[in-house]
Design a protein around this ligand. Structure first.
Ligand SMILES: [Zn+2]
Length: 282
């Protein structure tokens, strides 16, 4: 049975110090039995970094106007779709939640408001989004029992590398507009800011060996949870380099993945065009 002190001790073994900025992706189940459940994990994270640091978690609610049964995004009530710890986190005392209608982000700590400011007027995970700021401020990715397939900051690398498929959504049928609630209480479908549509992340696991080779990732066992800590900015730089070498680096090979299938076709068509131009140009 794991208690708060055991989690804090595990975080210290990973190198988490007071003042640390943590982007946390987590699986509650991975810990085994935690006394007090998700609330205990959240308190342990807060005590480990103190208010001088930041605990950041995804609170994504994909309020795309074409999605069946979707309600307008409302940061006070829209359920997050990113796991049990994150679902409790954004509702916890002192935690702020950004107003982005697809990639809302939650944060706790003295600089939380600054981190989340104006997210609704930024691309979801691109330049000057909260995750970009966290990376530039020296943040680290804390993975608690999850792999890089849930590491949202790797979408930032796709944006910074200007991956040719950034505009392709996961589900074309859900459209490109988002449903928000206006000040007068009415609902409206509006355009999502920017052209980026963070989509499939199944193949993000490909980054792990590149990070291991540079000894960027630290590992520790916390209860039954395999936990790891990776500094965000060096990780993003590694991913950007990989994407510049091979724009398909983060695309999965699952035939039923609408996004990656279209992205591969787009990249292949671009390569064919370049080859043709080279042949005809003297
Ligand atoms: Zn895919």
């Amino acid at each position: 049975m794991l208690m708060k002190g055991g989690i804090i001790e595990g975080l210290r073994r990973l190198g988490v110090e007071p003042g640390a900025i943590l982007v946390v992706h987590s699986s509650l189940r991975s810990f085994g039995y935690v006394l007090g459940g998700a609330a205990t994990v959240i308190r342990a994270l807060q005590e480990a970094v103190t208010e001088d640091g930041l605990v950041i978690m995804p609170a994504h609610a994909y309020c795309l106007a074409g999605r069946p049964g979707v309600a307008p995004f409302d940061p006070a009530v829209s359920p997050s779709e990113t796991g049990r710890i994150a679902a409790l986190f954004w509702k916890s005392p002192g935690v702020l939640r950004s107003r982005h209608p697809t990639h809302s982000t939650a944060a706790w700590g003295r600089r939380a408001a600054e981190l989340l400011a104006d997210h609704e007027n930024r691309p979801p995970v691109g330049r000057d989004s909260p995750l970009h700021r966290a990376a530039l401020w020296g943040g680290a990715i804390l993975q608690l029992g999850v792999r890089h397939s849930s590491n949202t900051t790797l979408h930032l690398a796709e944006a910074l590398a200007e991956a040719p498929y950034l505009h392709i959504p996961q589900h074309e049928a859900w459209g490109h507009r988002v449903l928000v609630r206006l000040a007068d209480g009415s609902a409206a479908a509006v355009d999502l800011v920017g052209r980026e549509r963070p989509a499939c992340s199944a193949a993000f696991v490909a980054i792990a060996p590149l990070l291991e080779r540079q000894c960027l990732t630290r590992h520790a066992r916390i209860g039954q949870c395999d936990a790891s800590l990776t500094p965000a900015w060096p990780m993003v730089e590694t991913a950007v380099e990989a994407l510049r070498r091979d724009p398909t680096f983060f695309l999965c090979t699952n035939e039923i993945c609408e996004h990656c299938t279209r992205a591969r076709q787009l990249i292949a068509a671009g390569a064919a065009r370049v080859a043709k131009e080279k042949n005809v140009t003297p």
